[in-house]
Design a protein around this ligand. Structure first.
Ligand SMILES: *[C@@H]1O[C@H](CO)[C@@H](O)[C@H](O)[C@H]1NC(C)=O
Ligand SMILES: *[C@@H]1O[C@H](CO)[C@@H](O)[C@H](O)[C@H]1NC(C)=O
Length: 269
């Protein structure tokens, strides 16, 4: 009888230890690369308005500026890890010293959502996993690193140097975009498109870093829809049977000028 009780207790203890060990293991995130993702705000805005026509966009004041989406630790061949420390919540106070820069360079385009919605999501989901690296082990360091990289790797300027500039009429080949980034940085990026009304819109450009924070090929990254196209060996989800639109920034000025022109026309008829 006593033996049976002891044996049961022993098994319960083993079970508890096992669960504890597993928890320790899962709280230590394992990943290989950091994906630094920049978004083209005009495309994010088009998509946001497609969801709901009453939506408006909050755009950076520099119309050439791409914005940061996030820095995502990733394990090759899989997605994630994510939400590595559920008790380490985003705290706006920690990024107060760089908040003005974040608003311009890490912009929450989706107007009407909370001011901190994007940063909070990025920190809770990805930042808490990146934080195992000393240079990224605080909110301030994580977000500052994003700002630094966005200034160092300006997608707009890289594409422009290859003659790829925003336009609502020209379409570009995804291969030209890919080569523009690859030739400048010397590593394989990921080109991400958004499909709207059966057209390819340039959405995001991702570049990868090793744990020593050096540029690295993104090969092997399974994040979102990126896949390897046979033969061409480019990392993209864009429909390669058609061109890619890199749309102009929607600007109220243009709309107003257009309205003014229409209005003037009335008087000259
Ligand atoms: C999770 O975050 C809390 C709050 O910052 C911290 O005290 C704790 O050490 C973290 N846990 C791990 C496993 O990093
Ligand atoms: C960002 O760059 C500034 C100036 O170049 C430097 O002082 C700072 O340490 C950098 N921050 C990070 C997180 O690398």
């Amino acid at each position: 009888m006593i033996n049976a009780v002891l044996r049961t207790l022993f098994i319960i203890c083993l079970g508890i230890t096992y669960v504890q060990l597993r928890e320790i293991k899962t709280t230590e995130p394992q990943w290989d690369l950091l994906i630094f993702t920049q978004s083209w705000p005009a495309t994010v805005c088009i998509e946001w308005k497609e969801h709901d026509h009453t939506h408006t966009c909050n755009l950076p004041s520099n119309k050439d500026s791409w914005t940061i989406h996030g820095i995502w630790p990733t394990k090759l061949g899989t997605i994630g890890p994510a939400f590595c420390n559920r008790t380490w919540h985003f705290d706006p106070e920690q990024v107060r010293p760089i908040e003005k820069n974040l608003e311009q360079l890490w912009t929450n385009v989706e107007s009407g959502t909370s001011t901190y919605a994007l940063w909070s999501h990025e920190w809770n989901k990805h930042g808490t996993c990146a934080a195992v690296l000393e240079p990224l082990n605080s909110e301030l360091k994580y977000f500052s690193m994003g700002l630094n990289w966005s200034q160092k790797f300006m997608v707009h300027n890289i594409l422009q140097a290859s003659g790829i500039v925003p336009s609502n009429t020209n379409e570009y080949s995804v291969l030209d975009m890919y080569n523009s980034i690859k030739n400048k940085l010397g590593v394989n990026p990921v080109i991400e498109c958004r499909k709207e009304k059966s057209k390819n819109y340039l959405g995001e450009i991702r570049i990868c870093f090793s744990k020593t924070l050096d540029l690295h090929d993104c090969d092997g990254v399974l994040n979102l829809k990126a896949k390897m196209y046979e033969g061409k060996s480019i990392l993209t989800n864009c429909d390669t049977s058609q061109g890619v639109l890199y749309p102009h920034y929607p600007s109220n000025t243009y709309v107003n000028l257009y309205k003014l022109a229409m209005w003037l026309q009335w008087f000259t008829i």
